[in-house]
Every structure is written in structure tokens, then in C-alpha cells.
Design a protein. Structure first.
Ligand code: P6P
Length: 280
């Protein structure tokens, strides 16, 4: 696990350099979700695969930017999924973006997740690594320095409501409006990594990307985004559900499956469960 943590740190430093110098242009290629890839997406994907390929304990990797998984070492025991640069289209408006990693043992799948990690490329570069605990690191003078352990409170103040509002279910809209009527503050940038990082560091709240009429299975990808953040939130004392059940009790049929998702502290997630059990 240390070798994987170290490889992620090296990848993050290389990606930060790529973000700072890489001209932002679109390639002629699309990823598995039909999104046109930035040259930067492709470069960040290559960086991570290159660094993980040096580790004998890594059996297979799967990238959001690639249709199929890539086998690296027959005798390896870890299967790593990653989104190399989530929210990459935000780079050209100078908003924060991130890399997300799910570390699975024996095979991909929510039941096999043993660690998760994400990196935020913002005014500072920070990394959160969740194994037994959730630990925050800050890139300083070329090294990631441990800062603190992260814990979520019982209830928060921030609301990050994703998805196109005109396509929300009526009961979902009423639930979100109810939170704002309680004084919650809107914090949504369109980047999953900074939006979820902010709620974690500010002690709690709710990030939601629900099923919508245009995306009935949600938008965010189970293996690359939803499972890793569910692991982080649960280890930090919060919850992650699809509206009714734990995200980490979900299976997946294909590498690029998506799921509706709600991440937050107990108070807010309990409300989601009540609303969705009465309506969905
Ligand atoms: P919308 C970025 O493209 C992303 O995958 C996540 O980082 C983010 O939470 C979501 O999509 C934003 O989607 O539909 O609100 O623009």
C-alpha cells in the first residue's frame, strides 16, 4: 500500500506540472462516457498508468478515460480504478480539479475496496488518503506533508446540489429547497473533488448528484468516482447512499456504470433516506 501511496504522490506532482504548462486543447478522441477528451486528460491518464505500472503489487488498472482495464502484473493483488483529472473542463476557467483513486483487493468492486485517495489541484495541492483513517496532506516544498485527520460532524452547513435542476424529481427539488430554507449555504463548482473536499473540511453538509429525467442512472461513475468517495466519507464518519441504500453495497455490471449518489453527514443523509423512501 505504501508503494501505491507513493506512486500517487509522484503522479500528482507530475499532473500539477502538466496542468500548469499544458495548453488546453481538445483531442479528436472521446472517453467511454462520450465526452471529448482534453489533451490534458490523455496526458494525466498516461502519467498515472506509467507510475502505477512500476509497482509489482498492482495487478490491473482501470481509467475513466479508457474503455477497458489494463493488466499490469499477473501476481499483483491490487486493482486500481482512477479518474485522472476529474472536472478537467474547469481548468480553462481556472477552477479546482482533482484526481480520484479507488484501491481494490483481488478484483474491482465495492466489497473489495480497501483504500481510496483523491488529490485536489487548487490554490494549493492537497491529498486525502483513506485507509483505516482519513488523512489530509499538503504539498509543500516538493513533498506531501501530513496535516491532520479528517472527521465529519453530525450535521453541516453546506449544500452541493448537482444535476440539471429542470430535470430533478419534484420531491428532490422540495428536499433541496428545504435545506436552503434551514439556512444551508450553496457551495457547487461543478468539480466533484473540490466540492466534496470542501464539505469534508468544513465539517459536513450534503453533496448530491441524483437520478434525473435525463440521467436516470445518475452521472457519476461507480468505480472511478462514487465508490472511492463513499469510502472516504464513511471512514470520516459520514454516509454515502444512492437515495436508498449504501453506495458500497452496490455492485457494478460494467466498468463505466454510474449511480445516483448522496455524500454527507448523518443529519442530511437521514433526510435523503426519509424523502426517497417515501417518494422514489
Ligand atoms: P454537472 C465533472 O464533469 C463531473 O464529472 C463531476 O466532477 C461533477 O460533480 C459533475 O460532473 C458536474 O456535473 O451536470 O453539474 O455539470
Amino acid at each position: 500500500m505504501d508503494a501505491i501511496f507513493n506512486a500517487i504522490q509522484i503522479s500528482a506532482k507530475r499532473i500539477k506540472k502538466a496542468i500548469d504548462v499544458k495548453d488546453i486543447g481538445y483531442s479528436q478522441q472521446e472517453n467511454s462516457s462520450g465526452e471529448t477528451q482534453l489533451e490534458l486528460d490523455i496526458q494525466c491518464d498516461m502519467i498515472i498508468e506509467e507510475e502505477l505500472s512500476k509497482i509489482d503489487s498492482v495487478h490491473t488498472v482501470s481509467s475513466e478515460e479508457k474503455e477497458h482495464a489494463v493488466k499490469l502484473h499477473e501476481d499483483g493483488k491490487y486493482f486500481i480504478s482512477y479518474d485522472p483529472l476529474d472536472g478537467s473542463s474547469l481548468v480553462d476557467v481556472n477552477l479546482s480539479v482533482g484526481s480520484i483513486f479507488g484501491i481494490y483487493k483481488g478484483d474491482f468492486g465495492s466489497q473489495n475496496l480497501v483504500a481510496a485517495c483523491y488529490v485536489v489541484y487548487g490554490p494549493r495541492v492537497e491529498m486525502v488518503f483513506a485507509h483505516n483513517k482519513v488523512k489530509l496532506y499538503l504539498l509543500q516544498a516538493g513533498d506531501f506533508e501530513f496535516v491532520k485527520e479528517i472527521r465529519l460532524g453530525e450535521k453541516g452547513k453546506l449544500m452541493a446540489p448537482g444535476g440539471t435542476q429542470q430535470n430533478w424529481e419534484k420531491y428532490h427539488k422540495a428536499m433541496i429547497d428545504g435545506f436552503f430554507a434551514e439556512g444551508y449555504r450553496l457551495r457547487y463548482s461543478g468539480g466533484m473533488v473540490p466540492d466534496l473536499h470542501q464539505i469534508l473540511l468544513k465539517g459536513g453538509g450534503l453533496f448530491s448528484y441524483p437520478a434525473t429525467s435525463d440521467k436516470p442512472e445518475g452521472k457519476l461513475r461507480r468505480l472511478f468516482e462514487v465508490f472511492p468517495f463513499a469510502f472516504v466519507y464513511e471512514k470520516a464518519g459520514g454516509e454515502a447512499i444512492d437515495g436508498k441504500q449504501r453506495v458500497l453495497d452496490l455492485g457494478h455490471a460494467n466498468l463505466h456504470d454510474t449511480s445516483p449518489c448522496f455524500f454527507g453527514s448523518h443529519y442530511e443523509v437521514q433526510r435523503v433516506k426519509e424523502v426517497y423512501s417515501n417518494n422514489a
